[in-house]
Design a protein around this ligand. Sequence first.
Ligand SMILES: [Zn+2]
Ligand SMILES: [Zn+2]
Length: 450
Amino acid sequence: MRSWQVETQCPQCGAPVTLKEAQHVLSCSYCKTRLYLTPNGPFRYAISPKTASAETIYIPFWRIKGLGFTAYLPPKTAGSLIDKTYLATDVSLDMVSLGTRPQVMRLGFANSQKGLFIRPRRDFKRLLDCAIRQLNSPITERETIRDDPNIFLTDISGGDPFDRSDFSHWSPERTRTVFKKYDPVVSAFLDEGNSLVYFPVTAEAGDTVILSDGLTNRPIGKLTPSGLERLTKTAATAMSPPGALPLLCPNCGWDLDCAEESRAVLCPGCDKVWEIRRGHYASIPFEVPAKGNPDAFYLPFWKIKTTIPRLALHDTRDLARFANQSHIPRKPSPLHVFIPAFKMRPRLFLQLCKVFTCAQPETHPADRLPKAPYPILLKRDGIREMIPIVLAEIGAKKARFYPNLNRAEPAVERVTLAFLPFRQTGYEAVYEGNVTFAIPRNVLKWGRKL
Ligand SMILES: [Zn+2]
Ligand SMILES: [Zn+2]
């Protein structure tokens, strides 16, 4: 899918800059300014109308984007990419979502000086719940079951098992199609940056007010004059483009290192990892394996120190038994769940959670960043909800623990960032640690475009 393009200006020199959707890092190619955008709340984008006017009314849509995961009964886990827009106000329009419009239109940051921006009425939290409920609905799958016939006793004509002359009735495969219903047990949603997108409409006054699409001029809705008045009263009075932080380390002043879609930034000067919370830099503790590997590059994982008493999971020994591993560690150590801090297809994402949580790689708090770290593309918000999903994937006796999954309530003691070493080969990134695992390299590249 083509990503959205957002046109804005460099806050320093005014030169035009094009950003991708939810891209936080603005680099100006003219004055070389690098900034981290800090919107107050979600990013607010506006689709530019065909002809701009102060009378243009901008209707808000919520955009929900992220990775959704659900564990079902009978035991099964599934993930999907969620990417939806919802009308965020009560006006009745012929359009309930924006469809693919933002992909082909020019977007800019919403600015209340350029028109009437209607405040969203539908609560975002409720919409998110709605999206999660969709994840939470039962699914029915068609399954083909193969009956393996015993050809010697039943499938040879004539009833004589030794008469092999006539094979006309014999079919090597008999299949049946059955429908299997899966009921959701627990879901998680990793948000990748939800935003508000404003769509321009023009209002033509009369006995009935006609609302027209600001791009095509096609009528898309009707209102009474008093309805229009009520609507425009809910326009936001102040709405400005996002604020920005200079990409300079707050500790040592060094240029911070990050990719344009990074959710946390690194300082090569004083070896710190910073996330951005409410317009400020806040440092995140990080860990690396004891022995460095000069040829490796490092993928970031969220390492969650946790216990799940309801599932009797307190340490690594419990986990090994839970997963029915052949090797049970002699000495128990604290239990950690590993969640990638980068994006990829949901299925593979879940597999990485499973492999690295089972492997429990050893990492230690460090004061030096590893060489060649991969950008941190997923925030830590929402990762706690992933713990039951990862356990659903790992656990061996599913029938026993699945009914308790939604009441698992993991206790999270600490979240750090663990950098794990990988070696580049032709097509793969091979893990250099206590378990054999390789990620196709194009998957990493593709995940950055998600
Ligand atoms: Zn500039
Ligand atoms: Zn620094």
